[in-house]
Design a protein around this ligand. Structure first.
Ligand code: 8IG
Length: 278
């Protein structure tokens, strides 16, 4: 048992290794802000600015190949139009339901923090509980419920979760799109969608959005001391709300349709955030 016992890998060191690899490959020594693009959001990076470096995420330490069609596995460094800030765009997201562990789920966020990014923008596609939110509606995340039973934190690490989604950043997004509603996002473990009874449970517990990502990443971003903005794209009404069954094709179609509006929202918000004096 002595000589064969491997030293456990340190996920924070793996993130620093990934950040060093990104700096080396991109020629950008540090980034200012990072984004994770979820279902329906992959086209949104094109409006942010000029892509100065792009690579398959699997060429960088700790990143896994994408598990789902529609989730693009690339990393990009974008020079933000207007502000000139450096944005790291993570097109690769590892989901909790893949079973690779929570450290794999939050590796992109920890890597972003290690590149120097002070602001994390998390996007996702999700189910909406409010029937007035038709598929294709973007919703600002105001708060979250982590219903996965997991956490990226270990030990007596009592991280404050008040104002997890930075109020000043939400304010900027609402100034850009005054019609933007806000809601509480509840992360389920997946990969099955909820039953109608689970959607009613989520509603009673205070959730407006149900999904399979974001909450664990948000905890890791807060642990790293980053400011955080979360925007969900309602790609379907949650199970039992519309009376129709859920399909992945519907999700992809809603993303395509909402593309121009959410791309503009994201690009203008990122521009404003990176223009703000520190
Ligand atoms: I896209 O309705 C998408 N992701 N849990 N429920 C959950 N995840 C989702 C849903 C949904 N739609």
């Amino acid at each position: 048992m002595t000589s064969s016992t491997a030293v456990p890998a340190d996920p924070y060191q793996l993130a620093r290794d990934a950040a060093a690899a990104i700096a080396e490959a991109s020629g950008i020594p540090s980034h200012d802000l990072a984004l994770v693009l979820g279902s329906g959001w992959s086209g949104a990076a094109d409006l942010l600015g000029e892509t100065v470096w792009q690579a398959d995420a699997t060429t960088v330490p700790g990143f896994r190949p994408p598990a789902v069609a529609g989730h693009v596995g690339t990393l990009r460094s974008v020079r933000v139009a207007g502000s000139g800030a450096h944005a790291l765009v993570l097109g690769a997201r590892t989901h909790f339901y893949e079973g690779a562990g929570v450290d794999a789920v939050v590796h992109g966020v920890r890597t972003a923090a290690a590149t120097g990014a002070r602001t994390m923008v998390l996007t996702n596609g999700c189910g909406g509980i409010d029937p007035s939110w038709s598929p294709g509606t973007p919703i600002l995340i105001s708060d979250q419920i982590n219903h996965t039973g997991a956490t990226p934190l270990t030990g007596a690490n009592f991280v404050d979760m008040t104002d997890l989604y930075t109020p000043a950043l939400r304010q900027i997004a609402r100034e850009i799109d005054p019609g933007l509603d806000e809601g509480v996002y509840m992360q389920f473990a997946g990969p099955s969608y909820e039953t109608p009874a689970e959607v009613q449970m989520a509603r009673i517990l205070g959730a407006h959005l149900v999904g399979m990502s974001t909450a664990l990443e948000a905890i890791a971003a807060r642990e790293a001391g980053m400011d955080l903005l979360g925007i969900s794209l309602v790609t379907n009404l949650a199970a039992g709300i519309s009376g129709e069954a859920l399909s992945h094709e519907e999700v992809l179609a809603a993303g395509r349709e909402a593309g121009p509006r959410i791309s503009r929202l994201l690009a203008q918000t990122v521009r404003r955030i990176t223009e703000e004096p520190a």
